[in-house]
Design a protein around this ligand. Structure first.
Ligand SMILES: [Fe+2]
Length: 284
């Protein structure tokens, strides 16, 4: 029998948030895998360390981060990457992802995922740094980048966002964490066709999908991760799955974290939609 691919589709999971730890451990069968926000576990003893060990015993898991700053000007933090790799060994994580953005510059933590200008210079910069990340992590921990939400465009932009992402992913030979809600949010805020955007991506590189809720604030959609997702996002997810086949899919909920049952119901709604698509029901 061939070995199981480290990036095989894991099914349907949720971002593991602390208010849900104990309750989810009592009903582990409700999710197929979990995603840990690596930054909340790195270098921590006590309860986070014990939870990391419980995760390893209980579910397949993946690591997601917000502090790598792959597009930033500062040298990559190799201590940070080594800590991520150690957490991956501890939890048995299948892969590690962060965002196409920068989050620190000139020694200052920005506490924001700041978008990059879609320029060829930025492509070269990010590709080079992804290769550094891959070399540091080694082949046992695949790395992927997530498409971010953006609320502005730069006058320096030379490429569309899909082309920008594609050149980075192909240039660095790395995975894509495709956040379908982010595609939808950007499509409304910037006025493009989200299905054409999906079609323009190198879908063979999709490691994982993120889904989440968003909210309207003063005429703009904000990616709040604080509510259920709208039908249009589920429809775009179905459209994507028709083109990718099964993909590990994760529901993110980071603000106004609801009771666990609400989060699991959202995950079950996604699971049902995926089953309808993949079992021949189509995206409609
Ligand atoms: Fe996401």
């Amino acid at each position: 029998m061939p070995p199981v691919s480290p990036t095989a589709a894991l099914g349907h999971g949720v971002g593991l948030r602390r208010p849900h730890w104990a309750e989810l451990l009592q009903q582990p069968e409700r999710v197929d895998f979990v995603e840990l926000l690596a930054d909340n576990f790195l270098g921590r003893g006590g309860a986070p360390a014990r939870m990391a060990d419980r995760v390893r015993e209980t579910w397949p898991c993946v690591l997601h981060g917000v502090a790598l700053s792959i597009g930033g000007p500062a040298p990559l933090d190799t201590d940070y990457l080594d800590a991520v790799a150690a957490l991956a060994r501890r939890t048995g994580a299948r892969w590690y992802t962060d965002h196409v953005c920068f989050s620190n510059a000139f020694g200052v933590e920005l506490h924001e995922l700041v978008p990059l200008p879609c320029t060829r210079e930025a492509v070269r910069h990010v590709v080079e740094r992804v290769k550094q990340v891959q070399a540091r992590l080694g082949p046992g921990l695949p790395f992927g980048l997530e498409n971010a939400t953006t609320y502005l465009r730069f006058p320096q932009d030379e490429l569309g966002e899909a082309e920008f992402l594609t050149e980075i992913l192909n240039g660095a030979d790395c995975g894509l964490l495709l956040d379908v809600n982010n595609v939808y949010v950007n499509s409304v805020n910037h006025g493009f066709d989200p299905r054409a955007f999906i079609d323009a991506l190198p879908l063979r590189r999709v490691l994982q999908i993120h889904l989440a809720g968003h909210e309207w604030v003063d005429g703009t959609i904000i990616d709040t991760h604080g509510t259920t997702m709208i039908p249009e996002v589920l429809d775009l997810y179905a459209y994507t799955l028709e083109r990718t086949g099964p993909v590990s899919t994760l529901v993110e909920w980071d603000n106004r974290i609801p009771p666990l049952d609400v989060l699991l119901a959202e995950n079950d709604r996604v699971r049902a939609r995926a089953a309808a698509v993949l079992c021949g029901g189509g995206a409609a």
